[in-house]
Design a protein. Structure first.
Ligand code: GSH
Length: 197
């Protein structure tokens, strides 16, 4: 098996989730990073017109959560109990919901109003559920799994103030989320990968 993960030359979002999962799993892969121009040429033939895409020979797998699910199931980074595995699927899907629901109107005034309302409403409910779902330090105790990496990457973008009008400290109010973030970042394979970038 010779795997290639294709994404943009950006160390964040769905690409970082998948790179971290492959790295934590110990799976060698080619880290293909496209320019915007290269992507323009490739987009029409990508499975759903988006990245990341994981290729194994002639086979191509798209959708970040499907890639994470495959890595997790084949390399022991996924719950074995079907119900718990489905809960991890739900957490990963909720991260995608978050990305799509985050309001991004063009005017800054409208963005401020919409994002503050989003933070006080949907995002607070999301954080309350996620915080309650973490058994600590990871979702399922001591074993880091792919859903933990998905959570880590979205939290990292908030902590880096990637979204105007939502403070970098927003998630500090949730103690288990805060401890979860620190534990993922301190995981030896994650820490080594991030230090190498
Ligand atoms: N639901 C998809 C979303 C894929 C997606 O929208 N990826 C973005 C990058 S994070 C992308 O390809 N943007 C460029 C484009 O849509 O042309 C997933 O989870 O992989």
């Amino acid at each position: 098996m010779s795997l290639t993960l294709t994404y943009f030359n950006f160390d964040g979002s769905r690409g970082l989730e998948c790179r971290l999962a492959l790295t934590v799993a110990g799976v060698p892969f080619v880290d293909e990073r496209l320019t915007r121009d290269q992507w323009g040429e490739r987009k029409p033939t990508a499975p759903f017109g988006g990245l990341p895409v994981l290729r194994d020979g002639d086979r191509a797998l798209a959708q970040s959560n499907a890639i994470l699910g495959w890595v997790g199931r084949t390399h022991g980074l996924y719950p074995t109990d079907p119900w718990v595995a489905a809960e991890h699927d739900a957490v990963m899907q909720s991260v995608e919901d978050l990305r799509y629901k985050l309001p991004s109107p063009t005017s800054d005034d409208e963005k401020k109003t919409a994002r503050e309302a989003f933070a006080a409403g949907w995002l607070t409910q999301w954080a309350n559920y996620v915080d309650g779902r973490i058994s600590g330090p990871f979702l399922e105790g001591a074993a880091l799994q792919v859903a933990d990496l998905k959570l880590y990457v979205i939290l990292r973008s908030f902590k880096r103030a990637a979204y105007d009008h939502i403070p970098a400290t927003f998630f500090d109010a949730w103690p288990k989320i805060t401890a979860h973030y620190a534990a993922v970042e301190a995981h030896p394979a994650v820490a080594a990968y991030l230090a190498s970038r």
